[in-house]
Structures are given as structure tokens and as C-alpha cells.
Design a protein around this ligand. Structure first.
Ligand code: PBG
Length: 331
């Protein structure tokens, strides 16, 4: 064997064989780390592929229940639901969010019927899938999103979802004070065990485009969401957002988008030592698929490497459109 000139610096020593790499590996990835976002649409037996998200579809309620069964078999612990509300059911005030028979509530009940308590159902709280203007909240005449009036609507939306059987309420709207208001209302309504995963550090990002197509709000949205979502330039502000949401009763917090914001994940984890989740959002998924389509990368490797990076940064889990695919690879 050749002698190394740097005997004490042989970082490569433990990398020589697979068994050794496995032995010193610091981070692991399993299907239990994944949350699978699913888009719900009307009808029966309907699968609608989403052009901007190749490989992702909207499913009717009956097929969402099938996806839930599939997820459970794959060891995925939780689903995240988003509705594609028909244009006719959208309104200025997003009242469909409060309909106990809306797509989200029907899908939640169908999953419960299919899977019992075998899988968690996380429901998104925000008005954008229901408003005719595509904003997450109620707006004034100038189009400005109003905080407190919106919080009142979000509380009602959360109670509606909890009554349908949601396990985790996930407010993605970024209004101030909504976590405390929702927590208090859940307690009062007898839903003490319903969790809240707060989208605490959600940035006004250019990576959400395909999602807005998926829920049908892209064409409707006028302007942007910068008056309530965070400035990508800020990280101290993310810590203040997280501190407030935890103080108000969030059980876990989310950082969103994912990969471009891993510094935020790491800081939040170090500072607060609470369960932190990240959302690998639609634009990130689309970027991976676009790379695969032009031969710039290999899907399985890109998916597993990105998901491992979330874990390494400190995430308890990741919301990803690649969840089922990744769970199959890991299974
Ligand atoms: C809105 C919401 C968005 C996403 C989840 N909830 C988009 C937005 O803020 O406009 C994005 C998720 C994704 O891009 O995959 N309440």
C-alpha cells in the first residue's frame, strides 16, 4: 500500500467501501419523512394531469381515497390536501372555504373512510383556492389583503376542516395572529387533539407558479403576495415569525419554499428545537422534472439527494410532490 503524505488527513478512509459509508452516515431518509401533497377536483373517476407539473394530477375524491391507501401502504404518514375549486364556486369572499361539503371536506371524509386513523390528513388553510381574485385573504377596494377580517374567515375554515376529520390544520396564508385564534377556536369546539402546522416562514416566492395552475388561481391573481408573505432577503424576520407562531400554539412549523431556504430551516431548528418541516414546492419539483427531461440529471438521484439535504438541514419531514416515488425508492 502506498503511504499517504498526510496520514492524519485521510478523510477518504471511511469512504472507501459502501459498508463503511453506511456506518458513518449521519442522516437517514425513510418514507416516514414524507408528506404527499394532493390536488382534489370534482367528479368521479377523474384524473386530470397538470401540465405545469408533469407527473402530478388532480384527482376526484374517490381517487384521492385510493391515493391515500397507496400512501399508507408505502409508509407515508401524512397527506396534504389542496382543492381545485370550480370557477362557479369561487367568490370575492371565498365563502366556499366554509362549505362543510366542499372538496376538502369530502376528500378528508373519504380518506378517513378508506384508511381510518392509519394516515394523517393535513388540510391547507388559506382562501386562495376559493377567491375570485386568487389572494389568500379578504381584500379591500384597492386589493389590499386585510389581516383581521381574514383571520376570522380562516378560523371558520379551520373549524370546518376539523369537523370533517382533519388531523393537522396548516395555515399557509401568513396573516398575523391566526395561529392563536385558530388554536383557541379548536379548543372551544372540542378539537383539542387537532394539531397546527404553521407555514411560519413562507416567502413571497417565484417558485409557486405551477401550484397556482394546479388550484386554478394563476389566471385570477392580480398583483402579488408581498404585503403578507416574507421578503426572500430576510432571515431574522423568519425567526420572529416562528417565535410568534410557537407562542400562539403551533405544534410544528414550516419553511417554504424548500431548497433555496435551507439556511432558514437550519436556523429555526437550532434556535427553537421544535419539529420543522419544509415544503419542496411546485417550482422546485418542476425544475427537477425539467432537468430530467433534457437529460441534465437523473430523477431518482436528484429526488433522493434533495430530500436528504432537507433532513441534513434539520427537517423532521418534507412536503414533496415526489413523495410516492421517493417512498417506492426507499421502500
Ligand atoms: C397558498 C399556497 C401556495 C402554495 C401552498 N399554499 C401558493 C401561494 O402562496 O401562492 C404553494 C405550494 C407550491 O408551490 O407547491 N395558500
Amino acid at each position: 500500500m502506498t503511504q499517504s503524505a498526510y496520514p492524519s488527513l485521510r478523510m477518504r478512509r471511511t469512504r472507501t467501501h459502501g459498508w463503511s459509508r453506511a456506518m458513518v452516515r449521519e442522516t437517514t431518509l425513510s418514507p416516514a419523512d414524507l408528506i404527499w401533497p394532493l390536488f382534489v377536483t370534482d367528479g368521479v373517476g377523474v384524473e386530470e394531469p397538470i401540465a405545469a407539473l408533469p407527473g402530478v394530477s388532480r384527482w376526484s375524491v374517490d381517487l384521492i381515497a385510493e391515493r391515500a391507501g397507496e400512501a399508507m401502504a408505502l409508509g407515508i404518514p401524512c397527506l396534504a390536501l389542496f382543492p381545485n375549486t370550480q370557477a362557479g364556486r369561487r367568490s370575492e369572499d371565498g365563502a366556499e372555504a366554509l362549505n362543510p361539503d366542499n372538496l376538502m371536506c369530502r376528500a378528508t371524509r373519504a380518506i378517513r373512510d378508506m384508511c381510518g386513523d392509519g394516515i394523517g390528513v393535513l388540510t391547507d388553510v388559506a382562501l386562495d383556492p376559493y377567491t375570485s381574485h386568487g389572494q389568500d385573504g379578504l381584500i379591500d377596494q384597492a386589493g389590499y389583503v386585510l389581516n383581521d377580517a381574514t383571520v376570522d374567515a380562516l378560523v371558520q375554515q379551520s373549524l370546518n376542516q376539523a369537523a370533517a376529520g382533519a388531523d393537522i390544520i396548516a395555515p399557509s396564508d401568513m396573516m398575523d395572529g391566526r395561529i392563536g385564534a385558530i388554536r383557541a377556536a379548536l379548543e372551544q369546539a372540542g378539537h383539542a387533539n387537532v394539531q397546527i402546522m404553521s407555514y411560519a416562514a413562507k416567502y413571497a416566492s417565484a417558485f409557486y407558479g405551477p401550484f397556482r395552475d394546479a388550484v386554478g388561481s394563476r389566471g385570477l391573481l392580480k398583483g402579488d403576495k408581498q404585503t403578507y408573505q416574507m421578503d426572500p432577503a430576510n432571515s431574522e424576520e423568519a425567526l420572529r415569525e416562528v417565535a410568534l407562531d410557537l407562542a400562539e400554539g403551533a405544534d410544528s412549523v414550516m419553511v417554504k419554499p424548500g431548497l433555496p431556504y435551507l439556511d432558514i430551516v437550519a436556523k429555526v431548528k437550532q434556535r427553537f428545537a421544535v419539529p420543522v418541516f419544509a415544503y419542496q414546492v411546485s417550482g422546485e419539483y418542476a425544475m427537477i422534472e425539467a432537468a430530467v427531461a433534457v437529460g441534465a440529471g437523473e430523477r431518482d438521484a436528484l429526488v433522493l439527494e434533495t430530500l436528504m439535504a432537507f433532513k441534513r438541514a434539520g427537517c423532521s419531514g418534507v412536503l414533496t410532490y415526489h413523495a410516492a416515488h421517493a417512498a417506492r425508492l426507499l421502500g
